[in-house]
Design a binder for this molecule. Structure first.
Ligand SMILES: Cc1cc2nc3c(=O)[nH]c(=O)nc-3n(C[C@H](O)[C@H](O)[C@H](O)COP(=O)(O)OP(=O)(O)OC[C@H]3O[C@@H](n4cnc5c(N)ncnc54)[C@H](O)[C@@H]3O)c2cc1C
Length: 323
């Protein structure tokens, strides 16, 4: 029997400290736990039509959870392990924290994830969203990904080239893998000098500690940065000065939000960060609607000022609760 729980508050599993209860909640520590738990859950709803939704939760560093909660099953991913293979490959359970993977690389003198110093979240979350920073992306080191289809419980292995990785996306976010849970990934690194890897990683962690508003609960950058080649003609010349190459020429949303005077804008307990305006922080008592209201304001203002449609980098739970 799995340890299925009922009406579990999700606030404590969210980096935002926002969110109502999940009607069903199950922590999975292995693929066997996952399969057993899902079989039992589906058995509770013999009529497939009325079966509630399933949502996979990593560390909750990228999800805005609604205050009303979620009427389906939240699978909290605790599948955690790290295994060195052939000296340069590492197999990581998808619930392993990315920090543990990065530290493992340092200890084993493996180069490739220095860009990820200070990146929060799990291996599964980073793989699904192809997390990236400082010109690096998760996909750059991935060799293969193993997942389990949440409906059929069938296991699949895809080589990196079959995962349709793109800017903050993959086949697990958009496409045939959407209804799959990533259970592990194999990374391929290069051997390097341990102290050089440590110091390059530490430099990124320090940068984040300095530039990100970590004093308040947050879920990272709210919006995706804007590819320069999609900028409307009339703003191209003006925006040239702001271009960053990360991982291709983009205009940082933070810059446009700052130029639009939105730094520090508040709604209830939520605030567009003064320190980094692409972060919306929870100043203590923010509701999911407070955050949504700021997201809507940012979208409206950027559309009006620059004719650009901002696209969220964050996820919503329930997924249908987007602004
Ligand atoms: C301070 C801060 C800084 C950040 N900096 C960056 C950054 O530089 N670059 C960047 O890309 N992101 C950044 N993020 C966002 C976030 O940390 C990453 O996107 C992270 O990879 C999300 O992992 P998670 O485990 O917390 O995912 P969650 O937030 O738990 O989930 C995110 C989405 O992934 C899905 N998911 C999670 N695990 C799995 C799985 N095993 N299988 C299938 N789907 C899954 C969830 O269903 C959800 O849709 C930052 C966040 C914070 C709070």
């Amino acid at each position: 029997m799995s340890k299925m729980q009922r009406n579990i508050p999700l606030k404590d599993f969210s980096n935002y400290k926002i969110g109502g209860p999940a009607s069903f909640f199950l922590e999975v520590k292995s693929v066997e736990d996952l399969k057993q738990g899902l079989s039992e859950f589906y058995g509770m709803f013999p009529n497939g039509e009325s079966r509630p939704e399933v949502f996979i939760l990593g560390s909750g560093t990228n999800v805005l959870i609604d205050d009303k909660g979620f009427s389906g099953l939240v699978l909290r991913n605790l599948i955690s392990h790290l295994k060195l293979i052939d000296g340069v490959n590492v197999e990581a359970g998808s619930g392993t924290s990315f920090k543990d993977l990065v530290d493992f690389c340092i200890e084993n003198s493996l180069s490739g994830l220095e860009w990820a110093g200070g990146l929060p979240g799990t291996v599964g979350g980073a793989t699904r969203g192809n997390a990236g920073a400082f010109k690096g992306e998760t996909k750059d080191s991935i060799k293969s990904v193993e997942s389990v289809d949440l409906k059929t419980l069938e296991k699949k292995t895809r080589a990196a080239g079959e995962c349709n990785f793109g800017y903050r996306t993959s086949i697990f976010k958009k496409g045939e893998g959407e209804r799959e849970m990533i259970v592990s990934a194999v990374f391929e690194f290069k051997r390097g000098d341990r102290e050089e890897i440590r110091s390059a990683t530490y430099e990124k962690t320090s940068y984040r500690n300095k530039k990100h508003p970590l004093d308040y609960p947050n879920i990272g950058s709210t919006f995706k940065n804007i590819p320069y080649d999609t900028i409307p003609d009339q703003f191209r010349e003006e925006f040239k000065a702001y271009i960053k190459d990360d991982p291709f020429p983009i205009v940082p949303v933070a810059k446009l939000l700052a130029l639009s005077g939105l730094k520090g804008r508040e709604a209830g307990g939520a605030q567009i960060s003064e320190k980094h305006p692409n972060f919306i922080v929870n100043k203590g008592s923010a509701s999911s609607n407070d955050v949504r209201s700021l997201i809507q304001t940012a979208k409206d203002v950027i559309k009006k000022n620059y004719l650009i449609d901002l696209e969220e980098e964050i996820y919503y739970l329930p997924p249908a609760m987007q602004v």
